[in-house]
Design a protein around this ligand. Structure first.
Ligand SMILES: [Zn+2]
Length: 105
């Protein structure tokens, strides 16, 4: 395996080039704002925001409730509803069915 950036030979299990520091093998995942499925309470907007900004979900929820209460229900709830509609939901993870192994005893 060779580094994509500088062409230095690398071990197969190397992930970072020792010469230039280029990441190899793992495609960079673009950060996307999505509504979380695993941690959702209503629509997953707060959990999605927490994931996106790398914050604690509870902190984001408290902030949302506080902002909604402070600004009056209208802007907070409307913003949440808009986020619910606009922000895509996290793709549903299909349960992986393990291949049936013949029972050997
Ligand atoms: Zn390199």
């Amino acid at each position: 395996m060779y580094c994509n950036a500088c062409g230095k030979a690398m071990a197969e299990d190397d992930r970072v080039c020792s010469r230039c520091g280029n990441m190899v093998g793992i495609p960079p995942t673009p950060k996307k704002l999505i509504r979380s499925r695993a941690e959702r309470k209503i629509a997953g907007v707060c959990a999605g925001l927490a994931q996106y900004f790398n914050l604690d979900v509870l902190l984001v929820r408290i902030l949302c409730v506080f902002l909604t209460a402070a600004t009056g229900v209208c802007p907070g709830v409307v913003t949440y509803m808009l986020a619910w509609i606009i922000v895509p939901s996290e793709p549903e993870l299909k349960p992986v069915v393990a291949a049936q192994q013949p029972v050997t005893s």
